[in-house]
Design a binder for this molecule. Structure first.
Ligand code: VJV
Ligand code: CA
Ligand code: ZN
Length: 393
């Protein structure tokens, strides 16, 4: 009935694998793959699928995973069924081999498939960007930023982001990686610490010894050897509990705006971890869906291609709200509305941006006390701007 024509301009692609959902970290483990299905349902309930190219994604091959991860790690992950993995019975939390089998990174049936699906979605997204078949590619099943080349860490086994960025580097000179998950994006930072073609910037709760993973202080800017081209190309924004939309937005725009000016990225990889939202089970911040989504909105104003990855997010209904909203930011509901939904349809108003999520303020959860002073945030901005004197495109 409705003649849905694609507006000229840019293409958004949505990369999803429905087979990720049935995988379980364990009943009480905070990571719930079902949040991806919840997000997809919300996105389609709003009809946003009509404004995007939708792909059911492939499983990444061994060779593709091997572009970053070592063979001994992959073989172990691939070949060993959960019951044969060595366990320390007296100390189930103890690191065994490759940090696999503890309570953060448990072994479960289909683990290797689950990881390959996550990486497959992110790699498909990167390929569409490289081919110019997509301008904004969405891969909510990815964003697993802690995984190291031969080690699992913090619910992450395969670093799909690193694999996707390696693909982007084949076609673009400079990649800007931005990480708004409440945790430090240590795995991605470390993977690119010796190149000046990738600049990483993570915003996170920082409290060494107390909050995972404990790295990402203001002075942690990458190995400072004189001959390392990657020196100064890791930017960290350490924060305290309870930061608000307003503070975060100001910080984000002045830090990312300056990076864009100096580094001149050709493409953006944005990790949209939703554990920085208010009311998150593991998080500490007070961001609302609008404040979280404002980061994606700001990145979009640069007019360069972008991949949006998922990541953390432990209150599933809030994760779905945020990622559905960010999907609407990507497709620019305001601009495309007339092309997507004919003007006379009674339910049209529900798609207009301001009315899309009319009453989200404070529904996410009790706000936490704000421990970020204006003075400290200003110091952080100052420090980052000074660091950026060493960065030139
Ligand atoms: O803080 C840690 C490490 C410990 C050892 C393991 N115990 C369980 C917790 C303390 C030092 N790990 C963090 C990892 C956070 C990973 C975040 C991942 C992402 O969002 O950045 C990207 C996807 C941590 N915080 C909370 C927990 N682990 C946690 C793990 C559980 C749990 C409750 C909390 C594992 C199993 C179960 N409950 C049943
Ligand atoms: Ca982060
Ligand atoms: Zn996180």
């Amino acid at each position: 009935e409705y003649n849905i024509t694609r507006p000229k301009g840019y293409t958004v692609s949505y990369h999803f694998n429905p087979d990720m959902e049935p995988h379980h970290f364990g009943l009480t483990h905070p990571m719930k793959p079902f949040r991806l299905t919840l997000t997809k349902s919300l996105v389609t309930a709003y009809g946003m699928n009509f404004a995007m190219d939708n792909y059911n994604t492939r499983i990444a091959t061994y060779e593709e995973l091997n572009s970053f991860h070592t063979s001994d790690y992959l073989d172990y992950l691939h070949m060993t069924p959960p019951e044969e993995m060595p366990r320390d019975i007296d100390n189930p939390d103890k690191e065994v081999k490759f940090n696999l089998g503890g309570s953060d990174c448990p072994l479960f049936h289909g683990l290797y498939d689950y990881c390959s699906m996550s990486a497959g979605s992110s790699l498909d997204a990167a390929r569409k960007i490289c081919n110019k078949q997509s301008d904004i590619a969405i891969a909510w099943g990815g964003g697993l930023h802690h995984a190291k080349k031969s080690e699992a860490s913090g619910f992450c086994y395969i670093n799909d982001i690193v694999i996707a960025i390696l693909q982007l580097l084949r076609c673009y000179p400079r990649v800007l990686y931005i990480d708004i998950d409440v945790h430090h994006g240590d795995g991605v930072e470390e993977a690119f610490h010796s190149t000046d073609r990738v600049l990483t910037c993570s915003f996170h709760k920082y409290a060494p010894e107390v909050f995972f993973p404990g790295t990402g202080g203001l002075d942690d800017t990458g190995p400072k050897s004189e001959h390392n081209p990657g020196a100064h190309h890791a930017i960290n924004v350490p924060l305290n509990d309870g930061i608000t939309d307003e503070q975060y937005g100001h910080l984000f725009q002045s830090v990312i705006g300056k990076i864009n000016e100096k580094f001149r990225p050709s493409v953006i990889a944005l990790q949209c971890g939703a554990d920085s939202l208010a009311g998150d089970r593991l998080g500490r911040f007070n961001l609302q869906v609008q404040g979280h989504g404002a980061c994606a909105k700001f990145c979009k104003t640069f007019g360069i291609p972008m991949i949006m990855f998922g990541g953390g997010g432990y209150t599933p209904r809030n994760v779905a709200r945020a990622w559905a909203y960010e999907t609407s930011v990507a497709i620019d509901v305001d601009e495309k509305i007339n092309k997507i939904i004919p003007e006379h349809t009674p339910w049209r108003k529900h798609f207009v941006q301001e009315e899309l999520f009319p009453s989200l303020e404070q529904i996410l959860g009790e706000p936490r006390a704000n421990r970020n002073s204006q003075k400290r945030l200003q110091e952080i901005i100052q420090h980052v701007h000074e660091q950026l004197r060493f960065v030139n495109a």
